[in-house]
Design a protein around this ligand. Structure first.
Ligand code: SF4
Ligand code: SF4
Length: 226
């Protein structure tokens, strides 16, 4: 008997939840959906061979080597902001898929190490290159959820997945509200210009009528006496 296809949730559970997009999808869950629809199982560099093995087992496939076009497997790092160089531009905030960066406009930003998934997505948007990825030092940066290199425990994976989920929902809600505000504004602008155009046409009609009346009742000129 053929093995039943696993659920998206079951596939997603095997993924590291770094939410780094290196697989080419907007997070781990979209990649899980794609795997269910036939995408190769070897596109997740943070997961490396271990995740490929687990996915292969789940999908009833043979393990294959990591596709290095998506990146290479590395020991997990966390982002650190060099505080004295940060200009508080806020460009890194929307980039973080798990909301691990604290800061506001013109204020120095800080990465909450215990929340950082190590996705590296905040590095490129920084205009002054003040974010660097550093190896986790367990002594200096203990993590209450238990980071041990790449061997991230399920609690922490679930935590990142849930933060990513919340952020995605919030961003979508914000985009929807901005879109409806913009449409409302456009509607008013259009209404206003339509009303303005109608008033202008009305004025032109009145002017034309007045001119017609004026020409009709204008006294005929005396014939030229010369
Ligand atoms: S950890 Fe990164 S590469 Fe792996 S599935 Fe998640 S988003 Fe994709
Ligand atoms: S702080 Fe940077 S590296 Fe860490 S999770 Fe956020 S975007 Fe990724």
């Amino acid at each position: 008997m053929q093995k039943a296809a696993p659920s998206i949730e079951a596939i997603n559970k095997e993924l590291p939840q770094t939410q780094c997009q290196k697989c080419g999808f907007n997070g781990c869950k979209p990649y899980a959906e794609a795997i269910l629809n036939g995408e190769p199982i070897n596109q997740c560099p943070p997961g490396g061979d271990q995740v490929i093995k687990e996915l292969a087992n789940l999908m009833g496939q043979k393990p294959i080597p990591l596709n290095q076009a998506h990146g290479v497997f590395e020991t997990r790092k966390v982002a650190v902001v060099r505080e004295e160089e940060c200009i508080g531009c806020t460009k890194c905030l929307p980039a973080c898929p798990v909301d691990a960066i604290l800061g506001s406009a013109k204020r120095m930003h800080v990465v909450i190490t215990s929340e950082c998934s190590g996705c590296e997505l905040c590095v490129d948007p920084c205009p002054v290159d003040c974010i660097e990825m550093k190896l986790i030092n367990q002594e200096e940066q203990p993590n209450e959820l238990g980071i041990t290199g790449n061997n991230v425990d399920q609690n922490l994976r679930d935590h990142w997945a849930s933060r990513h989920n919340k952020k995605t929902t919030r961003t979508a809600r914000l985009a929807k509200s901005l879109f409806s505000q913009k449409s409302e504004h456009l509607k008013h602008t259009k209404k206003f210009s339509r009303e303005k155009a109608r008033a202008e046409i009305q004025k032109a009609i009145v002017r034309a009528r007045e001119r017609k009346e004026f020409l009709k009742f204008r006294a005929p000129r005396e014939p030229d006496e010369s």
